[in-house]
Design a protein around this ligand. Structure first.
Ligand code: ZN
Ligand code: ZN
Length: 125
C-alpha cells in the first residue's frame, strides 16, 4: 500500500504564478513592443508618446515612452512646474491617488484605447 504524501500543490502553483508575474514573463511579449511605465501595458506604435519627465522648458532631456492616453492624463492633472518640481519620476506620479485611479481604469481597456474610443464604448452600453 502506498501512502501519497500530502503536497500543498495549490500553494506552490500560486507562488509560481506570482513569481512569474513579478518577472514579467508570464505572457508572451514581443521584445520590440515597449511597456508603458505608468500602466504597465504594452504600447502599440499608434499609441506611443514621449513624455519629458522633467519638462523641456525646465531643461529636461530624459523622455519616457507612454501611451498617448496616459501621457495626456499626466498633463491634464499637473502643470509643467508641478511636473518639474514634484513629479519628475514615474514613481512619484504613481503615488498620486488620481493617477492610481486612472491606471486602474485604463488597465481594463484595450491597449489601443484612446479618447476617441471612449465615446463609442459608452454608446454601446
Ligand atoms: Zn509629457
Ligand atoms: Zn499607459
Amino acid at each position: 500500500m502506498r501512502i501519497e504524501p500530502r503536497q500543498p500543490q495549490a500553494v506552490d502553483f500560486q507562488a509560481r504564478m506570482a513569481r512569474k508575474q513579478r518577472n514579467n514573463e508570464g505572457w508572451y511579449r514581443p521584445a520590440e513592443i515597449p511597456l508603458c511605465p505608468l500602466c504597465e501595458r504594452p504600447i502599440p506604435a499608434s499609441q506611443s508618446d514621449d513624455h519629458h519627465l522633467v519638462p523641456r522648458v525646465k531643461g529636461g532631456k530624459e523622455t519616457s515612452e507612454l501611451h498617448r492616453i496616459c501621457h495626456r492624463q499626466i498633463h491634464a492633472l499637473f502643470s509643467e512646474a508641478e511636473l518639474a518640481q514634484q513629479y519628475s519620476t514615474v514613481e512619484a506620479l504613481l503615488l498620486v491617488p488620481a493617477i492610481q485611479k486612472f491606471v486602474a481604469w485604463v488597465k481594463s481597456k484595450p491597449v489601443e484605447f484612446c479618447d476617441g474610443a471612449k465615446l463609442s464604448n459608452r454608446l454601446r452600453r
